[in-house]
Design a protein around this ligand. Structure first.
Ligand code: SF4
Length: 179
């Protein structure tokens, strides 16, 4: 595109330049801090229950622990979620499903691995059929225990929020722009 303005001439792709300017702007302080603050309190985990850890995750969302006060709202549709919580054992079969769900989620997106099974296989350690989430997904926080209590899940959410606010996880430059 060619654009003339008061004797000046600008040649280039206006859309590309606008995108570049937008990326530059959202990465500048204080906009970057506000952006990360907003993302940290807008975590929508997709339900991805693979094993018994799912019961503890359900308890975290129940009224007693009230995860919503952290800005954490369990959801059902992967295309509206930005947090994949692997709740326990990940078998080879379910690993494919986890990847499928992760790829459908919009950016920026995060992963938490919950339980001993999701860290190193737990009681299925060294089994022929177990996949460690960290080998196929960018896991940001691990929750140890078998099973981890809802307090541990809440702690993991707070840790993830702190990482997001520190600017460690959200990199807009690397994101694919959806047209
Ligand atoms: S860590 Fe324990 S509670 Fe969680 S899925 Fe494995 S066996 Fe079940």
């Amino acid at each position: 595109m060619v654009c003339g303005l008061k004797g000046m001439m600008w040649v280039g792709n206006l859309e590309k330049a606008a995108r570049k300017a937008a990326v530059w702007l959202v990465n500048k302080r204080p906009i970057r801090d506000i952006r990360d603050w907003g993302i940290s309190f807008s975590l929508w985990p997709v339900h991805f229950t693979t094993a018994c850890c799912g019961a503890e995750f359900a308890a975290t969302s129940a009224p007693k622990y009230d995860a919503e006060r952290f800005g954490f709202l369990p959801f059902v549709a992967s295309r509206q979620c930005n947090l994949l919580l692997i709740e326990g054992t990940l078998t080879k079969k379910m690993a494919k499903a986890a990847l499928w769900v992760y790829e459908q989620m919009p950016e920026p997106k995060f992963v938490i691995a919950m339980g001993a099974c999701a860290i190193d296989g737990g009681i299925f350690w060294n089994s022929y059929n177990i996949v460690r989430p960290m080998d196929i997904l960018p896991v940001s926080v691990f929750i140890p225990g078998c099973p981890p209590r809802p307090e541990a899940v809440a702690q993991a959410i707070i840790m993830l929020q702190k990482k997001i606010r520190k600017g460690e996880l959200v990199k807009y430059e690397e994101m694919e722009v959806v047209k």
